[in-house]
Each structure stands twice: as structure tokens, then as C-alpha cells.
Write a protein that binds this ligand. Structure first.
Ligand SMILES: NC(=O)c1ccc[n+]([C@@H]2O[C@H](COP(=O)([O-])OP(=O)(O)OC[C@H]3O[C@@H](n4cnc5c(N)ncnc54)[C@H](OP(=O)(O)O)[C@@H]3O)[C@@H](O)[C@H]2O)c1
Length: 259
């Protein structure tokens, strides 16, 4: 399928590693000019080299913290008229909700809800004027299948999805869509860290714990970042013009429900 987005300009947030990097790579392979970002310069530069070598589009690497106004300013200064915006940020820590006060909640809400909302606010009207826009928010399977000790993530990301549901219909008549992409277990540094922490706190050995955990997935394995990124690229494509306001799982069949 020809995705029809060669020459478009994309901002992909939190993209020096993991899901964000895979999405930037998938877009670059389609000829999209991508702006990637992260806080650590060395990782960011390595990712930019990798994407330049593999993709067709131009690659800009901008050191920026997407959870800060100043960081988001930097992204929009470098790419003032994005056609594609992929929102992403690091995930909040696990824990017991009894231990979380205003500071912990504000931090999670800022990183995993407000930062995306602010970039949507600043990009949407330009997309509408230009009659093309694709916004994809990377959230989590926790939105549909909450994990008890990831309450900060469940709460903040569900808030973002609720907000998106309220605004995603209106710009669709101008060929601007907004969707959320919900990863299950996708093999990134973050995922392995989460699995290792969970094994440790359960007191079980890593191997049998992982087997049991991945055994619950229909595909019986974690996903590859490229498998996640392929879905992101499709949602960002010209072909996906009639898909908006959706919460799409990329989880290999982990979520057991009908809807
Ligand atoms: N992988 C999964 O299975 C999975 C499942 C559900 C949800 N998620 C969520 O998806 C998101 C991405 O996860 P991942 O697995 O790709 O994580 P990852 O492998 O740890 O990669 C995170 C990337 O984001 C960058 N980043 C983090 N915070 C940032 C910030 N404030 N500003 C700019 N860049 C930032 C990191 O670079 P720097 O640290 O250098 O900034 C890195 O490039 C997270 O929110 C995670 O919780 C992942």
C-alpha cells in the first residue's frame, strides 16, 4: 500500500529510543521528513544517524524535554508546520496509590496528558488550514486494561483519551484525524525494565515469570517496535483519512474483550 505521505513533515516526540524511534523510522522509510527528540544528546544523535541511514526523508534531531513548555517550543521552532504529530513521553513509575500526593500526580498528568494536549492545541489549527493532519498519541493498553500498580499511568493516559474523544470529530471534515495507539508489551528498554521489576516484586525467577506473562498474550510473545510502528505509520498515512477518535490496541491479542 502506498501511504501517500512522502515529503510531509512530522514531529515524533520522545523518539531517541523505543516506540518513538521505531515510529520515526517507519515514517522516514515512507519519505517523511522527521523531527526526533529526546533529552540525552548522545542517544538522540545515534538515533538520528540510524534513521538517516535507513530512511528517505530528512531527519532533524532536537534535544528537548517534551514535558516542558520550553522543550515543546523548541520542537515547534524547528518544525513550525507539522503535517504529522506523534505524541509520546516517558511513562510514570509504578507504586501504591496511597503513596502518591499532588506532586506525583501533577508530574504524571503533565507528562502523559497535558504535554500531548498542549502540542495538539498548538498544531491542530494549522493542520486544518492546510487540509491535512495526522495526530497519533502513544498511550498504553492500561487505558483499556488497567494495571493496579500503574495507577499514575492508567489515570493520566485515560484522561488524554477522554480529552481526545471530545475533540477528534470536529477537524475530520478538514482531513485532520486524531487517534490513540495503545501498546501492550512491546520489546523496548522500558518494557524489559517493567517486566524485570514485576518479576522481582513477585519474588519469582525471571524466566518462568516472563513465560507466564507472555503466555497470556495471544501471540505468545512481546511485539517488536517495528510491528507497533507499522500501525502508527498507517494511522499517519493519507490512507487513514476516515479513521479518527479511535483507541487502537497493538497488543498481539492480550486484551481479552470484544470492544
Ligand atoms: N514498550 C511498551 O511495551 C509500552 C507499553 C505500554 C506503554 N508504553 C509507554 O510508551 C511510552 C514509550 O515507551 P518506550 O517503551 O518506547 O520507552 P523507552 O524505550 O524507555 O524510550 C523512551 C524514549 O523517550 C525519550 N523520553 C523520555 N522522556 C522524555 C521527555 N520528557 N522528553 C523527551 N523525550 C523523552 C527517551 O529519551 P531520553 O530519556 O533521553 O529523553 C527515549 O528516547 C512510555 O510512556 C511507556 O510507558 C510502553
Amino acid at each position: 500500500m502506498e501511504l501517500g505521505i512522502a515529503g510531509k513533515n512530522a514531529i515524533v516526540c520522545a523518539s531517541s529510543k523505543g516506540l518513538g524511534k521505531a515510529c520515526a523510522l517507519a515514517l522516514a522509510r515512507e519519505g517523511v521528513n522527521v523531527l526526533i527528540c529526546g533529552r540525552t544528546v548522545a542517544t538522540l544523535e545515534r538515533a538520528a544517524e540510524e534513521i538517516r541511514a535507513a530512511g528517505d526523508g530528512k531527519v532533524q534531531a532536537v534535544q528537548a524535554d517534551v514535558t516542558q513548555n520550553e522543550g515543546r517550543d523548541r520542537l515547534l521552532t524547528a518544525c513550525p508546520a507539522p503535517d504529522i504529530l506523534v505524541n509520546n513521553a516517558g511513562g510514570p513509575p509504578p507504586g501504591d496509590f496511597r503513596d502518591w500526593r499532588q506532586e506525583e500526580w501533577f508530574k504524571a498528568l503533565n507528562a502523559n496528558m497535558y504535554s500531548a494536549i498542549d502540542l495538539i492545541r498548538r498544531c491542530l489549527d494549522g493542520m486544518v488550514e492546510r487540509r491535512f493532519g495526522r495526530i497519533v498519541n502513544i498511550t498504553s493498553i492500561g487505558v483499556k486494561m488497567p494495571v493496579p500498580n500503574l495507577g499514575l499511568s492508567n489515570g493520566a493516559r485515560s484522561g488524554l483519551c477522554g480529552f481526545v474523544a471530545g475533540i477528534a470529530r470536529e477537524p475530520a471534515e478538514h482531513n485532520v484525524t486524531i487517534n490513540n495507539l495503545l501498546p501492550g508489551y512491546i520489546a523496548t528498554d522500558r518494557m524489559w525494565q517493567v517486566v524485570e521489576n514485576a518479576a522481582q516484586s513477585s519474588g519469582q525467577d525471571k524466566e518462568p515469570f516472563q513465560q507466564a506473562m507472555f503466555g497470556r498474550i495471544g501471540a505468545k510473545r512481546p511485539g517488536e517496535p517495528e510491528e507497533f510502528a507499522a500501525v502508527c505509520a498507517f494511522l499517519c498515512s493519507a490512507r487513514a483519512s476516515y479513521v479518527t477518535g479511535q483507541n487502537l490496541l497493538v497488543d498481539g491479542g492480550l486484551y481479552p474483550g470484544t470492544f
